[in-house]
Structure formats: C-alpha cells, structure tokens
Design a protein around this ligand. Structure first.
Ligand SMILES: Cc1ncc(COP(=O)(O)O)c(C=O)c1O
Length: 377
C-alpha cells in the first residue's frame, strides 16, 4: 500500500547524512568519541547525571533491570498496555512481571491504586511506562514506590524530550530506558540509552553492555588500557559510532520537532472534537514528547472495520498495543485488567510525525470522520 499519510516518517537531512559520512570516513566505527559525546549530551537533555548508550531500547530495559539487581524471586509490577519488550525485559533478569491495570481509557498509563493493590511481599520494583511520551501518573507511582521501599524503573522509550513541571523525566526513576528505533522521536534505526542518577548503576550498565570487560577497544586504542579482565557475565549490547553521530545531529532539532508534534496534537484535538473521543488530554505541568496520538472508537464499535475504512483512504493507522497479558507467552498470568482490555479494544493510533503537514492531517481527519460515520456493513 502506498500511503498518502503514513503512521510515522523519518526525515533525513543533509546534515544527518554528513554526520554519518564523516564518521565512516574517520575509520572508527565501534564505541568511541561520538558515543561519549552523545551520552554526555543525552544525560543533560534527559536530566540525569549519567547516560549509557546501548544497542536498543530492549537492551536498555534488560540492562537497567540487571544493574538494579532484579533477579529470580522478585516481582515487578508493570502495565500490560505497553510494547511487550517492557515485560520481556523483566523476564530476562529472572524476575516475574505482575500486571496492573491502567488509570483509565483516556489515561493509558499505570494506575497508582492498581499498582498499590498488586504489591506483595515479593514485590521488588515498579516498572512505569511513559505511554505516548506522557508523564501520566509517574509522580504518583514515584511516591508509592518511595513509601513502600520499592525500586522505580522507567520505560521512557516514548518519552525523549518529555518534561514534568519543567524537569525532564530521565532523572525521576532509579533508571530510565530510552529507544532510538526508527519510529521513535529520535530515530536512529536501532539504539537505546539508560539514564540514571546512580553512578554505581551506570557503571554496571557500562560493564554489562560489553561482556563484563573492564576496558573496551577505544580505551586500549588510546593507550588508556593495555589489557582487561572480565568480571561479570555481560552481553554485546553496544551502540556504534555512526548512530551516535546521527543521534547528536538529530538531538539538535528535537525540541523543535516536539513543539511541532504538540501543535499537531492540539490541532487534532480541535478537528476531531465531536468526531471521535481523543485520549491523553493535556495535563497541568506536563510537556509530553507526543510520541503517539490515539483516539477511541465508540464502545462496542468494530475497531478493525473502522481501521479498514481509514486505510481505504490510504491513511495508515496502528494499534498501540495488543495488551501483553493476552499474549500466549503471558497466558499464565490469569489477571483481570478490565480497563486495559477496554482500551485495547477501542484504541486507534493516528499518524503523527514532526514534519507532517496540515494538509496530511486534514486527510486523516476526513478519513476518520468518514470511517466512524459509515453505517455498519
Ligand atoms: C514502550 C516501548 N518499550 C520498549 C521498546 C523497545 O525498544 P527497541 O525497539 O529499541 O528495542 C519500544 C519500542 O520499540 C517501546 O515502544
């Protein structure tokens, strides 16, 4: 299908291409100076003392859980309304994910009350997901975690550039995991970052991303280390220099991109008023990253039929997400999540990207209006 309006789109500028080409010409492609520069810039941007670049958002989730000490016997409270990687990464550490419901069908992030009800004697951590790039209930969950002596971990894959009361979100939890996958606000193809205020946790993520080795090739090439020891069972979860160079370049226009996304979201809300129910209303003090724009079909409506009618107009849609607790791999969880189930049945993700034009947005709005008004076949 040749979409007139795709769900997301990556714009590559000449400056992006130049940054990547210069890196290839430098001849140093694995971890090196650009990674160090990208990490420093990202830490500052995300409001955390430390940032460690890794190969994907999933790797970031995996390593932040391991570095925070999650392991067998630990329970981690997590929303089911997320990309399955959030949940799988808990399993990688040997810990057990425990699903909790979301706050509401227009607030698809962890409910503080539901998270509190899910706490048991084995609960070690709460994994918060900034769904759509919103802070949502993060402050309430942080308070709950603090009051109950639990670790707070953060899936910030959608939240690059998001702020709450003027402060970036990357320093709130014990660790936050970001993704640079192609559809994300800072798209590098693949890549991820762990941010944390905890120096020891950052050091452990650095160790684990490269086989538990005490020195990497770049240190040895600079004569800073002549050998290395292996002190932990680590992985190859490294990012490479061309992606770091692209990240530094794209980071320059990220705030402008986020402002553009915010303007488009405001316009969607105005144009869709009375057409479909929109989710994630602006909240006081919150400056979301606006990674996703979702709307809800009417209760009982056939969402897939609505999507098919929108697709006939060559406007792409998606569903974020099929809930994790309904996947076969998590069928054993046997948990009741009525709000998550309702959201999952009604939600519809509409196109949103920084360089989307108003003309494209009008096409989306017309397609949605036509699709929801059409008689049921
Ligand atoms: C909420 C969420 N968590 C985790 C991930 C995993 O990130 P990655 O694809 O970079 O591994 C993604 C995106 O893919 C995501 O949307």
């Amino acid at each position: 299908m040749q979409w007139r309006v795709p769900l997301a789109d990556v714009e590559m500028t000449d400056a992006d291409i130049d940054a990547i080409a210069a890196t290839y010409r430098s001849g140093w492609l694995s971890m090196g100076p650009r990674i160090a520069e990208f990490e420093a810039a990202f830490a500052e941007y995300a409001g955390a003392a430390h940032a460690v670049a890794v190969s994907s958002g999933t790797a970031a989730l995996h390593l932040q859980g391991l570095a925070a000490g999650l392991g067998p016997g630990d329970e981690v409270i997590v929303p089911s309304m997320t990309f399955v990687a959030t949940v799988n990464a808990i399993r990688y550490t040997g810990a057990t994910p425990v699903f909790a419901d979301i706050a509401g069908v227009t607030e698809p992030w962890l409910s503080v009350a539901a998270a509190e009800r899910a706490i048991t004697a084995r609960t070690r951590a709460i994994a918060f997901v900034s769904y759509g790039g919103h802070a949502g209930t993060l402050a309430g969950i942080e308070e709950l975690a603090r009051a109950r002596g639990l670790l707070l971990l953060h899936d910030a894959a959608h939240a690059i550039g998001a702020r709450l009361d003027g402060r970036p979100l990357g320093g709130v939890a014990a660790a936050s995991a970001y993704s640079f996958f192609s559809n994300k606000n800072l798209a590098l193809g693949e890549g991820g970052m762990v941010t944390t205020g905890d120096e020891a946790l950052a050091a452990r993520v650095r160790l684990l991303r490269s086989h538990g080795m005490t020195a990497v090739s770049w240190d040895r090439a600079r004569g800073h280390a002549s050998g290395y020891d292996v002190v932990e069972l680590g992985f190859n979860h490294r990012l490479d220099e061309p992606r770091a160079a692209l990240g530094l370049e794209r980071r320059r226009r990220l705030d402008a991109d986020t402002a553009r996304r915010a303007a488009l979201v405001g316009r969607y809300r105005r144009l869709l008023d009375g057409v479909v129910e929109c989710t994630m209303a602006p909240a006081a003090g919150s400056d979301p990253a606006h990674h996703l724009f979702t709307a809800l079909v009417a209760p009982g409506a056939d969402r897939e039929a609505v999507r098919a009618r929108i697709h006939e107009r060559r406007v792409q849609t998606s569903v974020h997400y099929p809930p994790a607790h309904r996947f076969a791999i998590y069928a054993d969880a046997r948990v009741e999540l009525p709000v998550t189930d309702e959201y999952a049945a009604r939600t519809l993700t509409l196109p949103l990207f920084a360089h989307m034009t108003e003309r494209q947005q009008d096409l989306v709005v017309d397609a949605v209006a036509g699709a929801v008004a059409a008689p049921v076949a």
